[in-house]
Design a protein around this ligand. Structure first.
Ligand code: GLA
Length: 391
């Protein structure tokens, strides 16, 4: 894992010029999981784990990429874009592909990147790479792309080039995130409001199962299909319903016998999750972390039993913290099938809880659970020379 100074050092060893520095954060999501592609609500925040880019334009049409974390490089020409055998490079080539398709005039560039967002942990390292590069290229070529278009371009890079039909949450929070706040994003209208999450006595802690999830695995795309199937059935009865966001529990119940039980369970989870998210935002408004935490636990049950995107390691970690009164709530986070749980814990008990849970996890799975105490941070932006000097 590389720090910003190491990224700059690698850049200067390879290229003889001054790069621009961009910081692109990972994200957490408090609640609202698998709701974004159903046009529902999400409540993510940008975090202090980030990918850093050192980047500068070239005068020709070649792009030279260096992954400092993997110690690998890749070079391509703007004139002949094709998929690379190096998986990591496709997240970046995909961005260039989208920018060209959207009609932007680009030159080549040199880019070194790396950071401390663990890969496959559900903290959205892929969106950090895509949205971070989109932002950086926009900046160095002064393309004047507005923030929402940056989000859409980065999402399309993942949808079309990488081939994962992800929703908009990760790229959106990456660009729009604000320190000390979560964003309640309405994925239908793309309007958002800030929801402060800034408690002196509370920590947000991740337990990484260190079981690697592959979003590209067919399961994620399959869930989208299952939801669309449900929508098609509900729409026949209720033509106003264009997505699960437009459906409520009564509508779904009245269509239950017309759909496969599996489809029903997928839809039920999504409809309930949207309602839970709205309640969770109300709870945060009045600083009721007990109510907020219980909703997180409920989300986990839905994701595990109805949406079936959890795994034994995630279920274990969520169940194991329930015995501690200092833990307000926990659940699996992100696409699923591994990655992290998110936990809301009183500061003074963080050490006790994390060491006990890590021990139990190791005993049960013979694997380490990595612990991160995270901080909500700002979205993607330029790192100034002074900020860099201060890191
Ligand atoms: C991944 C996707 C997001 C979202 C989550 C699940 O992180 O990239 O768009 O669907 O899974 O909530």
């Amino acid at each position: 894992m590389n720090s910003i100074s190491q990224i700059v050092k690698v850049y200067k060893n390879f290229f003889n010029d001054e790069p621009i520095l961009v910081r692109s954060p990972g994200r957490l999501n408090f609640i609202g999981e698998h709701t974004d592609y159903n046009m529902g609500f999400v409540l993510p925040a940008a975090i202090d784990n980030a990918i850093y880019f050192a980047i500068a334009p070239r005068t020709d049409t070649r792009c030279k990429l260096i992954s400092a974390d993997l110690n690998e490089d890749y070079e391509f020409s703007l004139e002949t874009l094709s998929k690379s055998k190096k998986g990591w490079a496709n997240y970046l080539i995909g961005v260039v592909d989208q920018l060209i398709k959207a009609g932007y005039q680009l030159k080549g560039f040199n880019c070194v990147f790396g950071g401390d967002i663990p890969i496959g942990a559900g903290l959205s390292s892929s969106a950090a790479i895509e949205a971070g590069l989109t932002y950086a290229v926009n900046h160095i070529f002064n393309l004047q792309i507005d923030k929402l278009s940056l989000v859409r371009l980065a999402q399309k890079a993942e949808n079309e080039f990488v081939g994962v039909k992800c929703g908009i949450m990760d790229q959106f929070i990456n660009i729009f995130g604000e320190s000390r706040n979560a964003l309640r994003i309405d994925c239908r209208s793309l309007e958002y409001e800030l929801v402060p999450f800034d408690y002196e006595n509370i920590s947000v802690v991740f337990f990484n199962t260190n079981v690697s999830h592959s979003l590209a695995s067919s399961e994620y795309n399959l869930r989208r299909e299952e939801c669309s199937k449900g929508v098609a059935v509900i729409k026949k009865e209720f033509p106003v319903v264009n997505s699960l966001r437009d459906a409520n529990a009564e509508m779904l119940e009245s269509c239950k016998l017309k759909m496969e039980p599996l489809t029903y369970r997928r839809c039920k989870y999504v409809v309930e999750e949207n309602e839970r998210l709205l309640k969770a935002c109300e709870a945060l408004k009045v600083h009721d972390l007990t109510a907020f935490g219980s909703l997180l636990y409920e989300t986990h049950v839905g994701l595990s039993r109805d949406y079936e995107v959890s795994c034994p390691e995630l279920d274990f970690l969520v169940d194991a913290v329930k015995e501690f009164p200092a833990v307000y709530g926990a659940r699996m986070m992100g696409g699923g099938f591994g990655g992290c749980t998110i936990n809301i814990i009183e500061n003074e008990s963080v050490e006790m809880v994390t060491s006990l849970i890590s021990k139990k996890y190791k005993e049960r799975f013979n694997r380490e659970a990595t612990v991160y105490v995270t901080k909500i941070s700002a979205g993607t932006g330029i790192v100034s020379a002074e900020e860099h000097a201060a890191v």
